[in-house]
Design a protein around this ligand. Structure first.
Ligand code: COA
Ligand code: ZN
Length: 305
């Protein structure tokens, strides 16, 4: 375990990826959640997405949320966008860190953003120019990187080709998204290894969903490969409560709990984060899947009876 990074940077995506997949919650509750997260030591928060309100009604209040969050200077707040229109909205709102998403699977990309993967990549090339002209960086998120709910396995070569095109077009960083929890450690090793060999200098972020229980195992192998940027959602927010088996991202407090005990610093105050996970449960009004939220940290003791 001596090769693990000394520290990692977590991006909290509960307010975006989590809440977009929950029943709509009031704007004030979103702001309270983001503000509470910003006090836990987490240094990156994906706060909103600037997408069509018809596509994702849960994000219709993104402008207001973005405006009203109480900024902590030590936190980088980011926004996800699906197209040029979203990027312009984000820039106009003063967003400094943007993520744009494209699916490696054509079918998923059409379902998500109504374009072929190729069309989205063309749009993204223009979007990167637009955002760079405003002096801001863009991370390109390649989703369905380990498989697609409609097409099944997505060939590694295709995922690498999509990421490679984005890099050539100027992406400042790449994130691979395991949109529906199809990654396993051996598949993570392969994709990360091949991406790293092809683009050793491009920052790489990973985004796992825990749909099939492999989330933390995937994080662990990625850590062993030296990856140090990960997404996670507080409480494991997300997934669709109406779709059997669908779950959210790896829970942030489970990730923190595991890696801190292995000597990998996250900067996050675990007790504070568990409190926010409990708050997230109140906000969405359902039990969240995080086991560390249920059981507490490993050193929690119970009264002797
Ligand atoms: N923000 C707000 N509105 C937007 C928008 C944006 N970024 N992009 C397009 N729109 C509006 C258009 O103005 C148009 O509005 P109108 O019907 O009132 O005229 C409408 O949406 C349709 O625009 P069009 O360009 O034809 O988009 P589309 O119908 O092909 O949808 C997307 C494409 C990308 C806008 C839509 O699929 C989307 O927002 N997807 C996001 C999905 C997502 O967030 N998934 C989760 C993250 S992985
Ligand atoms: Zn996701």
């Amino acid at each position: 375990m001596s090769d693990l990074p000394a520290s990692i940077s977590l991006r909290e995506v509960g307010p975006r990826d989590g809440l977009q997949n929950e029943a709509p919650v009031p704007t004030d509750a979103k702001i309270e959640l983001i503000d509470a997260l910003s006090q836990t030591g987490v240094r990156r928060i994906e706060a909103v997405s600037f997408v069509s309100p018809k596509a994702i009604p849960q994000m219709a209040d993104a402008d207001e949320v973005w405006k009203r969050i109480a900024r902590n200077d030590e936190v980088r707040y980011s926004a996800l966008v699906p197209n040029l229109r979203g990027a312009q909205r984000a820039l106009d709102a003063g967003v400094t860190d943007l993520e744009v998403v494209v699916s490696a699977s054509d079918t998923h990309n059409r379902k998500n953003v109504n374009r072929s993967t190729e069309e989205s990549l063309d749009d993204i090339a223009a979007l990167i120019e637009q955002v760079h002209a405003a002096g801001r960086p863009v991370q390109v998120i390649v989703s369905t990187a380990w498989g697609c709910p409609y097409e099944g396995d997505v060939p590694v070569e295709r995922v690498l080709a999509v990421a490679g095109r984005a890099v050539r077009d100027g992406a400042d960083a790449i994130s691979f998204g395991d949109t529906t929890g199809m990654a396993t450690p051996s598949r993570v090793t392969r994709l990360v290894g091949e991406f790293r060999s092809a683009h050793p200098d491009v920052p790489l972020n990973l985004h796992f969903h825990n749909t099939r229980g492999t989330g933390l195992a995937n994080v662990l192998v990625a850590l062993e490969l030296g990856v140090s940027d990960f997404d996670a959602s507080v409480g494991g927010l997300g997934g669709c409560p109406y779709a059997p088996g669908a779950t959210g991202n790896v829970a942030t407090e489970e990730l923190v709990h595991m890696v801190e005990d292995m000597g990998v610093a996250t900067g996050v105050d675990l007790a504070a984060l568990i409190d926010v996970a409990a708050q997230a449960e109140q906000i969405v009004g359902r039990t969240l899947p995080s086991q560390v939220l249920r059981a507490g940290p490993r050193t929690r003791t119970v009264p002797l009876t």
